[in-house]
Design a protein. Structure first.
Ligand code: ADP
Length: 757
């Protein structure tokens, strides 16, 4: 059924799994069955062979024994020249008693014709008045005619059952003279072929043994006569035959010496062909060859019980059926499970795809929202900054300062959420550039040193002097992580100290492991709170937001950034006993090996006078710019910007530094302006402008030979690495991320003495 089952329901592999073991087990048990049957048959055969041999031996012995009585007669007659009928009778009575194996004994004397009369008379005188030499004929026994020599039976015993034989000339019986002659020639006794006695039925076969008796008085022995013993085969072999019959064994004895073919002597329960083979023996019995065939009867074969073999076969059948059922069940279950797994995997893949596209859509939305939020926020920051430059009352100035602080917080939140979205969607790409670690630390120290002073907290920086400062990585992101951790440390510490401890370990000749510990003596974080601290939007407890503000994104982003850099971040803290954040960064070394110069750097060493503002990088930068008294006096700037308010702020800002600004609303206008007036010092190009975008416009400008060298700076709100690469590819010299950086960027791009100022 399994083999013929429909391919749709039964795959080839399953069919194979089910059929092979089943066939194998069934073949094994069949082989075992045949082996066992064979074994049993061999055992039965050898047992039968043993029995057959025993029977054949018994038969041979019985036949041999039967002769002994006749031999006694031979000796009796041999011992005397004359024995009367009476003496013969007396001897027979004594010898045979009631023995019934011997059907009859006779004495035959070779009588020449001249003695016929005397012999007949002698017998008549001894009590047999009707005695005559006779021969068999169709009408019964008749008087024998004249012959040279007669072979008359003179005495018989017992008389009653053998009376017809008395006087019978043996040579008148067919084939009998040959036997008598051969006895004379060989001197040995002979047996007749099987005969049926006159008074018996066809099935009862007999034979006669003739033994010679010699004349005593002659030197050269002359034959005197014969002793004949008539035996019924069943009489001699009766007990053997009965025993064999009881044991269901058939016996066939035939005389195979006669030329006319085998003559059956005994035939009992001879069976047809069976798996137990018949045994055949041949014995010589007084010149006749007797073939004895001993075979198992039908009953003998049917009585043989080979349970073991059948038990093996049936068990084998059941085991293979069980195995098959088991495999069918198992393979069915496995197939079902596989189907389920396949279906579920498909569903999961679909769900993942769906989730991914949803997440992508979310990230895209967030990125777009960020861009949209940042543009007006930048405008607000710009306007507030401009406003602060005008004459204001103290109250107005204080309000505006607060507004400026609030906008910076908002900007930082927008930046963080964008970072988080980028990390989540796997879009954050880290830079791998050569940077000086001491620059990063210097900046951090500068940012927080002042803040610590204001709070009355000790702020320490401890650096291992063996550290290799020059490393490969993303300095901005390292700075971002440190800013976040230090800002937290200062935020949550009111008394005591905050320290930054920098050590390093060389892990291979290419890599260095930088370990930065930021430790504070602030409020600390409980163990339970630590467990979820690095998840997004998690704060130690809800009161934190109320008291200290914050978004709960900083640590999540820091952890992700550190891990992106191949490092890790751990926290050691106890509530009320402060916190220690340990960042381990794996960074590649550079060719240069410059180390820090002082082992312990305390306040003042790296302090930048400009770092007096908030915990924000923007603040540092803007503060630095404002204090550097930069000047763009006489510099001609072409400002390409489509949004009017941005145009206005940028123009105001640039003009406040002494620059001369010409405005263009799109790329095409910019190209026109430049073609008609090529005396500009620098072009500030917004990328996303209508009609002709910034990149396209740059390519057109660069194609004009006189304008090939003019510095062009891109203005992008949130530049991805890819955007910056595109800017450079289009032929731009650099990019400005925020309008606040405009002045320093312009100065950096200008050739000659202005750049240095
Ligand atoms: P934010 O500070 O913006 O709320 P963070 O992810 O940086 O978000 O920090 C999450 C929370 O972890 C904080 O709200 C605060 O409860 C706790 N935390 C972080 N740093 C410290 C620190 N140094 N001492 C005590 N608590 C801290």
């Amino acid at each position: 059924m399994v083999i013929l089952a429909d391919k749709r329901y039964f795959k080839f592999s399953r069919r194979f799994q089910v059929v092979v073991p089943t066939v194998f087990i069934f073949s094994c048990s069949s082989a075992l069955f045949f082996w066992s049957v064979n074994n049993t048959q061999e055992a039965l055969q050898s047992e039968f062979d043993r029995k057959a041999k025993r029977y054949s031996q018994n038969i041979a012995e019985r036949l041999e024994l039967s002769k002994s009585k006749v031999q006694s007669y031979q000796a009796f007659f041999q011992g005397s020249n004359y024995i009367s009928y009476n003496e013969f009778e007396q001897f027979s009575k004594a010898l045979l008693g009631k023995v019934n194996t011997l059907h009859g004994v006779g004495w035959t004397e070779i009588t020449p014709h001249r003695e016929r009369k005397n012999t007949v008379n002698a017998l008549r005188e001894q009590g047999y008045p009707d005695f005559e030499f006779t021969a068999p004929s169709q009408d019964g026994m008749v008087k024998l005619g004249i012959k040279d020599v007669y072979y008359p039976v003179l005495y018989v015993y017992p008389y009653e059952q053998n009376r017809r034989a008395l006087g019978l000339d043996l040579s008148e019986l067919p084939g009998r003279l040959d036997i008598l002659n051969s006895i004379e020639q060989t001197g040995k006794g002979r047996v007749t072929p099987p005969i049926t006695l006159v008074q018996e039925n066809e099935n009862e076969r007999s034979f006669i043994i003739y033994l010679p008796v010699w004349k005593k008085y002659t030197n050269n022995e002359e034959l005197r006569g014969f002793i004949s013993g008539v035996y019924r085969a069943s009489g001699i072999l009766g007990s053997v035959l009965n025993d064999a019959q009881k044991h269901n064994i058939g016996i066939l004895i035939s005389d195979i010496s006669s030329k006319s073919g085998a003559e059956v002597l005994i035939e009992r329960a001879v069976s047809a062909h069976s798996f137990i083979e018949a045994n055949q023996f041949t014995i010589d019995f007084h010149g006749s060859q007797y073939q004895i065939v001993i075979s198992p009867s039908a009953e003998y074969v049917s009585n043989v019980n080979d349970w073991v073999s059948w038990v093996i076969l049936i068990c084998g059948f059941f085991i293979s059926a069980l195995v098959q059922a088991f495999i069918l069940m198992m393979s069915g279950a496995i197939e079902h499970t596989n189907e389920m797994v396949k279906r579920k995997t498909k569903q999961l893949t679909l769900a993942i795809e769906k989730a991914q596209s949803a997440s992508q859509a979310k990230s895209m939305f967030l990125a777009n929202m960020n861009h949209e939020l940042r543009t007006p926020l930048n405008a607000i920051i710009g306007l507030v900054t401009l406003c602060l430059k005008t004459d204001l009352s103290n109250k107005q100035a204080s309000y505006l300062q607060d507004a400026k602080l609030a906008t910076h917080t908002l900007m930082s939140l927008i930046n963080q959420s964008l970072d988080y979205a980028k990390i989540e969607s796997g879009k954050l790409e880290l830079e791998k550039i050569e940077f000086d670690l001491s620059d990063v630390i210097k900046k951090i120290y500068a940012v927080f040193q002042m803040q610590a002073k204001q709070k009355g907290i000790d702020f320490k920086l401890i650096i291992d002097t063996h550290i290799n400062r020059m490393l490969m990585g993303d300095p901005l992101r390292v700075e971002q992580v440190l800013l976040n951790l230090c800002s937290n440390a200062l935020k949550f510490t009111d008394v005591g100290s905050v320290s930054i401890n920098v050590t390093a370990k060389t892990i291979s000749h290419q890599h260095e492991e930088v370990i930065i510990r930021i430790k504070d003596s602030g409020i600390g974080i409980s163990k339970e709170q630590q467990a979820t601290l690095f998840q997004s939007f998690q704060q130690a407890d809800n009161t934190t937001t109320r008291k200290y503000g914050g978004t709960g994104l900083g640590l999540a982003i820091s952890k992700q950034l550190v891990e992106l850099m191949g490092g890790h971040i751990v926290i050691n803290s106890e509530i009320g006993k402060g916190c220690e954040f340990v960042i381990t960064l794996r960074l590649q070394k550079t060719q240069q090996s410059t180390t820090f110069t002082s082992q312990t750097i305390e306040q003042g060493y790296l302090a930048d006078e400009s770092a007096d503002e908030t915990d924000n990088r923007i603040e540092i930068a803007s503060a630095s710019e404002s204090k550097q008294k930069m000047s763009l006096h006489g510099v001609r700037v072409l400002l390409v910007e489509d949004i009017e308010i941005n145009r206005m702020i940028a123009t105001e800002l640039l003009e406040s530094y002494g620059a001369k600004v010409t405005q263009a609303c799109d790329g095409q206008q910019a190209v026109h302006t430049l073609k008609s007036d090529n005396d500009f010092d620098v072009v500030l190009m917004d990328i996303q402008v209508p009609v002709m975008d910034g990149l396209q416009a740059t390519k057109v400008i660069r194609a004009v030979p006189q304008l090939a060298k003019i510095p062009i700076l891109a203005m992008t709100a949130n530049a991805m690495n890819e955007d910056i690469d595109n800017c450079h590819a289009a032929g731009m010299n650099g990019h400005i991320a925020k309008p606040i950086h405009m002045v320093s960027s312009i100065l950096a791009s200008l050739p000659g003495p202005q750049a240095q100022s």
